[in-house]
Design a protein around this ligand. Structure first.
Ligand SMILES: C[S@@+](CC[C@H](N)C(=O)[O-])C[C@H]1O[C@@H](n2cnc3c(N)ncnc32)[C@H](O)[C@@H]1O
Length: 268
């Protein structure tokens, strides 16, 4: 791995370990992004079934793992933050069929250890943009999925919710009445870059985001034997209030902060 990617990855690991307690306390078993934007699409696109073996990649505190295990699936889950995996284990009742591992998605040797499984499906929820290099992970997918298996991932929408995105509220009375307008301005999209950001307000340490345009992720999937066969852009409905005037909420209902995609491996 190149030195700059390795350095970024180590910094990312230090940030997620430092932020683990705050993340676990604030996320718990979900927030409005999970409940309203991610989970309904994950249910539709992943379509988890009892008895399936599902990989939850970059699982954080395991909130998706527990939801899927609760539906009768057997879950293998990993994250590179041992602190988050500790929280995931503490939160998981013993009757759930979940095995957690500390693995680094940028390390091919770590990913090799998943090669003993043949997953029905793989979920990576809101994490690809947190991973310093996603190419080793995409490369291992066709080896650890069953033929015809699916890979579902969600992203902060790279066009509308990237580190350069600015939330705008404008007011005018040009036409004889007060008109307010919400808009999003992004100054970068096509080029890849990394930038510090906050996954949660008041987290102890900013963490790095790795911005990539959508075509980058889709092309990586295509190059590794997948086709795209499901895609949802997720915006808050107008009636959902935001916690702060310029935070994501129903006032930005024309803009999706999250997208969810399903890629399918060819049946051999
Ligand atoms: C925004 S959190 C999402 C966690 C979880 N998927 C969820 O839905 O709550 C992103 C996660 O990516 C993990 N992550 C970042 N880089 C990683 C890497 N190289 N290998 C494994 N996990 C990584 C972080 O530790 C963090 O738990």
């Amino acid at each position: 791995m190149q030195t700059d990617i390795r350095r970024a990855n180590l910094e990312t690991l230090a940030a997620w370990n430092a932020n683990a307690a705050t993340w676990d306390a604030k996320m718990g078993e979900g927030n409005d992004f999970v409940e309203i934007l991610q989970w309904p699409s994950i249910l539709r696109l992943l379509n988890p079934q009892p008895g399936q073996h599902i990989l939850d990649a970059a699982c954080g505190n395991g909130l998706m793992s527990r939801r899927l295990a609760n539906m009768g699936a057997t879950i293998t889950a990993f994250d590179f933050s041992s602190n988050l995996v500790d929280f995931a284990r503490q939160r998981t009742a013993s009757e759930f069929a979940i095995s957690y591992y500390v693995l680094d998605a940028t390390e091919p040797t770590d990913l090799e250890s998943l090669g003993n499984f043949h997953f029905d499906s793989i979920l990576c929820n809101m994490a690809l943009f947190d991973i310093a290099n996603v190419e080793p992970f995409f490369r291992i997918l066709p080896r650890i999925l069953k033929p015809g298996g699916i890979f579902v991932f969600s992203l902060m929408h790279p066009a509308f919710n990237n580190p350069t995105s600015v939330h705008i509220l404008e007011e005018s009375d040009l036409s004889g009445e007060i008109v307010t307008q919400y808009a999003i301005k992004s100054s970068r999209y096509m080029s890849q870059f990394q930038a510090y950001g906050l996954a949660l307000r008041n987290q102890p340490k900013p963490q790095l985001y790795f911005h990539r345009p959508l075509e980058y992720y889709l092309n990586l999937g295509f190059q590794n034997g997948f086709t795209l066969d499901g895609f949802e852009e997720r915006a808050f409905p107008p009636e959902i209030p935001a916690s702060n005037p310029l935070s994501w909420g129903g006032q930005f209902n024309e803009f999706p902060p999250v997208l969810v995609a399903r890629m399918r491996l060819a049946a051999r």
